[in-house]
Design a protein around this ligand. Sequence first.
Ligand code: BGC
Length: 518
Amino acid sequence: MGVLTRFSTNIYAIGTFAAIAGIMFGFDIGSNSGVIGTEQYQEYFHRPDPLLQGGINGALSAGCFVGALIAGYFADRFSRKFTLIGASSLFIVGSVFQAASNGVPLLCVGRVLNGLSVGVTSMVVPLYQSEVAPQEIRGRIVAVQQWAITWGIMVSFWIQYGAQFAKNTAAFRIPWAIQAVPALVLTCGMWIFPHSPRWLADKGRIEEATKVLADIHGNGDPNHPRVQREVEEIMAAIHFDREIASHRYTDLFKPGMAYRVSLGVCLQIWQQLTGMNIIMFYVVFLFQQAGIGDSQEARLVSSGVSYVINVVMTVPAILWVDKWGRRPTLIFGALFMSIFLWTVGGVLSTGNWSIGADGKWGVKLTSKSQADGVVACIYLFVASFATTWGPLGWIYPAEIYPLRVRAMAVSLSTASNWLFNWVLNFVVPLLMERIRYGLYLLFAAFNLLMAIHVFIAYPETKGFTLEEIDIVFQHNPRKKIPREVMDKWIEDRGIQRENSHADNFSENKTEVTRHEEA
Ligand code: BGC
């Protein structure tokens, strides 16, 4: 194998390269917050009133919502890989429109295009990653996308921070133009990477699918036992699926599948209701309202720190999410976030609230240690999200559906994420004024509810191949699947195997070692 082939068939290289789209996602999340406050932006766009500014902001998430909804069709019809390439080229066009905009209309067109693109990529990347990755490191590979998102948010924040010192329109044109860089890299580079083997198999291109699996998991050897086992399992699943359904949207709502779809959709909605985006979008306002920091400059720096924590604390998830398992990570993550938000709300409730000269509510905390406590809890909250719900919001929905509906179902769950992202964009500033510290208590309660929901309804999916996930849903979500049940499932599908699946979950470590040897 040449160096390039070795690179383009290395699972970490494939996963990381596709994850570049996460940087675009992060740029999108952070692309406006640092710009709209600058005098340069305000003057050039004739001081948009709150409604217009809301429209400019919302153009992006509205685009994301639509993009995520239509992505399933493109990913099934034209492949995960080409859909990703198409969406990244769209992002380049959108960024050029934004950077060159001569007024609000062009700016909005640019933002809608970027939104469409990110909607598509945020759905296709986890799908593609989970379909190329071996089950033992699937969580880790998808978590890399989340890591890229956090990098995108952080870098865009600091670029905007630096660019604000430019005296002219460069203050916003530079950050918007730089967005195109990762999209350009992805558009040009993605060609050398393989198609998803599962998509190829589904299209009847079995030889190509085998070759991809051999290159990625078997050192180029199609007869490698692991490759043969995977091909067999994928084919068995495809035949089995074909007998019961076709690729139709109505399949999503059939008994059995509707439940799984609801889990994916709820998980993505819950991910937004953790309250993480209160911090990502409005942490500067939060610090301002809580009277933290002596100047806007100091508050900006404290806000910047939360973006850095977000990046750093995603690393433990990349390293260990496949060891921890999905359920404990989600449950403990939600409980920790809940505790930190109760504390923030509780401390803020004890301060003296009054309306300031700017007509907005603000609080005077009684001591410096209270202010420090609020900042510490915010940082701890961000750290908890980063290691748990951040990555799992994308990992879990990408792994719970059978191939025939996977793209459509992931599309739907991703669209729900963007819908709630859009809603929060609007309501958080409103709630900050209306219910003030109650905002944190409300989201603390959501976190508690999601921990309970996960405990009751979400089965563990770590260590199973995407084909084996079916059996997980025929079982009590809170119990381990007995070996006999698993063996019967394998037998029913006529899969010949020396090592039964039970090895994969009861002795996960052995399986990882085996994979690394391979
Ligand atoms: C969420 C975004 C959030 C980001 C923060 C993503 O997983 O979907 O809404 O802003 O994480 O890191």
